[in-house]
Design a protein around this ligand. Structure first.
Ligand code: NDP
Length: 263
């Protein structure tokens, strides 16, 4: 990536991207591959993930491989990270992006719903960060981790009688993971490992595709920029945070939200 005297290159690096086969993660995978990085994508179940990731590798002339592994499964994560490190590594960066939501009124939410959301959005992020952090600490290697949180770590989307739902477990899991970002940043700064959160506003992906058009229009109407983002609009901040140009940035939460937080 080059702009008037400002170049960011990831040639020779290996970046792990969880959920990098679709949505915002897919845009991260393409951006990192375009900047020269070899990419390792972790996915849960999409049948076309291997094909999608191989296509990114071909398009940008880098090594790109998909690994099927649930981020909340500790054994699978430890084995897969070790495999990636041998096959494409050494791993130099992580985008912990995989996330899920359950959309139901508060009175219908269950313990199972809670576990489903927190296992991925909080423990899953920790699990993969720990596996990679451990590698780096053991071999005294510096590194950068970007965690996809959400603007809902800070605020609840606007409601009215026609749009009453807020995604209670999702929002609170994102507040938790934004705080987890600060904890990891504080503990690992001494090892040269930076950890930051990137918090998107509404983005056009499968996660928002289910929204009723009236609710979409209502929510977009609340935003200063008046529209949902495209996944590619999240990539500039991620590239910066992973790069050495962000060498003094750690423990931060950076909003890419169309101005949602100004109101
Ligand atoms: P999508 O629903 O489009 O994609 C989710 C991705 O995460 C998929 O690649 C999926 O893999 C993967 N994934 C889910 N669970 C697991 C798991 N247990 N283990 C491994 N991979 C898993 O999501 P988005 O692109 O919309 O969101 C990406 C991130 O951005 C999430 O953390 C989300 O919370 C956050 N975000 C999204 C916003 C939006 O408006 N879209 C707004 C703010 C934050 P598979 O394809 O195999 O299912």
């Amino acid at each position: 990536m080059t702009a008037a005297g400002f170049t960011i290159s990831f040639v020779g690096q290996c970046i792990v991207i969880t959920g990098g086969n679709r949505g915002i993660g897919h845009a991260f995978s393409c951006a990192m591959a375009k900047a020269g990085a070899n990419i390792a994508v972790l996915y849960r179940s999409s049948p076309d993930a291997e094909e999608v990731v191989a296509k990114i590798g071909k398009q940008f002339g880098v090594n790109a491989k998909a690994y099927k592994c649930d981020v909340s499964d500790t054994k699978c994560i430890n084995d897969t990270i070790s495999k990636i490190d041998k096959e494409l590594g050494p791993i130099t960066g992580l985008i912990a992006n995989a996330g899920v939501s359950v959309v139901k009124p508060a009175l219908e939410l269950t313990q199972e719903d809670f576990n489903k959301v927190y296992d991925v959005n909080v423990f899953g992020v920790f699990n993969v960060s720990r596996a990679i952090g451990q590698l780096w600490i053991e071999r005294k290697q510096k590194g950068s981790i970007v965690i996809t949180s959400s603007m809902s770590s800070q605020i609840i989307n606007k409601t009215d009688s026609k749009n009453p739902l807020t995604q209670i477990f999702y929002n609170s899991s994102k507040a938790a993971v934004s705080n987890l970002t600060k904890g990891l940043a504080a503990e690992w700064a001494q090892h040269g490992i930076r950890v930051n959160a990137l918090s998107p506003g509404y983005v056009n992906t499968d996660q928002t595709a289910h929204m009723d058009k009236k609710i979409r229009d209502f929510q977009a109407g609340q935003l200063p920029l008046g529209r949902f983002a495209q996944p590619e609009e999240m990539t500039g901040q991620a590239i910066l945070l992973l790069s050495d140009h962000a060498s003094y940035m750690t423990g931060g939460e950076y909003f890419v939200d169309g101005g949602q937080l100004v109101y």
